[in-house]
Design a protein around this ligand. Sequence first.
Ligand SMILES: Cc1cc2nc3c(=O)[nH]c(=O)nc-3n(C[C@H](O)[C@H](O)[C@H](O)COP(=O)(O)OP(=O)(O)OC[C@H]3O[C@@H](n4cnc5c(N)ncnc54)[C@H](O)[C@@H]3O)c2cc1C
Length: 417
Amino acid sequence: MTQPSIAIIGAGLAGLACARHLARAGLAFRIFEAGDAVGGRLRSDRVDGFTLDRGFQVLLTAYPEAKQLLDFDGLNLRPLYRGADVFFQGKRHLLADPFHHPIDALKSLPDGLIPWMDKWQMLMLCKEASGIRSVERRLPEMETEDYLKDFGFSHEAIDRFFRPFFGGVFLEKDLRTSARMFLFLYSMFQKGGAAIPAHGIQAIPEQLAVALPPESLRLNSPVAAIQPGHVTLKSGEIVKASHIILAVSEEAAFHLLPESVGEKPKPPRGTTCLYFATSDPLPGRSILCLDGENRGPVNNACVLTHAAPERAPHGQHLISTSIIGTPSSAELEEVVREQMARWFGQAARRWRHLRTYQIRHAQPEGRQLHPGNGPLPAMITPGLYRCGDYVEDVSINGALVSGRRAAEAVLSSLSLH
Ligand SMILES: Cc1cc2nc3c(=O)[nH]c(=O)nc-3n(C[C@H](O)[C@H](O)[C@H](O)COP(=O)(O)OP(=O)(O)OC[C@H]3O[C@@H](n4cnc5c(N)ncnc54)[C@H](O)[C@@H]3O)c2cc1C
């Protein structure tokens, strides 16, 4: 059989996962990536000896597809504490996961942040979410906030814990994201917790890329157009391809696909991440800190070096602060410092600002509202396929699953599957 010519456009997680599955099936392909490195939305930068992820990201170690495809040991994963420190009315309140930190959870029972009954409801929610391994159709199709109210949570629990915690995950604080997505993620947090790779989130795509034939990847090669049978690079070069796999974001796919395919995507969800450094001692643990008052601008913060000292030069701390949305204001850094001074003490006013990332296209909106309608079909037309988080569900896991599904669709069209 003559080898098909396969072009993958995009070397984010979905494109790399697709490539890995095609390589395992013995197929050759070429990946065209617009950026100067693999990873897409999972990128890290080295700045003055600090490793900064482009936006705060964690890997949930229970993600089923990630467990299949990634070598977790090779990522040097550093777990975050199972729970959160909630800042509310000038006090830090520990909310510990009772299954993993029962003593901490018992100690914090009388702390008054949320009513006792809600702590019981959280245990019930763990039971409800325990068997969930994907974003399933049988789960309720409603907004997360309505689901939590119907479940019996008080407004204190929703506003002081769920809104900042899952607002930071969904990148929206109305909790309008589908309860199906919420239950899937709640289950993943329960089963495995969250971790960060010691040397930056980009270690994940790099691990996938390193196993690919080196000549298969072309960086700095944006694709300008696709037509049946070939792709045209921005440089003008035309590359023949009997099978084209679009592994780009929803927005980029919309611009490359013919007008007849798909609706214009809703505006994406954005986030802003400011990094600070300090050599002052910072007591505490590797825990997510939350804005229980929802006053902002920072929704969540984390002293990354408590989990991964490798992220900073010896004797330094690296602090990540995340804002939902992409506000632009000259005073932003100052306002964030003030808030951090309330959380971590006056020394925060002296923290060194390292960099601010504004990420306008962090997560697609549409897929998060009705992810349980099932994934979009991987094959668009014969010879043209798609993958990406917007095809499956918006997560590292969803991007990996969608990459596998696109590879399976190619293999099945070649009758190899
Ligand atoms: C700040 C932030 C925080 C997040 N937090 C989490 C988290 O904690 N946990 C979690 O599970 N998920 C999280 N996510 C979501 C997760 O990162 C994404 O769902 C996932 O990375 C999407 O991968 P992808 O391959 O579908 O798309 P992308 O990563 O967007 O990859 C698409 C690739 O296509 C390339 N491309 C685009 N156009 C072209 C073109 N014309 N020619 C060639 N190449 C092109 C891009 O350069 C890019 O490399 C977060 C995302 C962000 C941004």
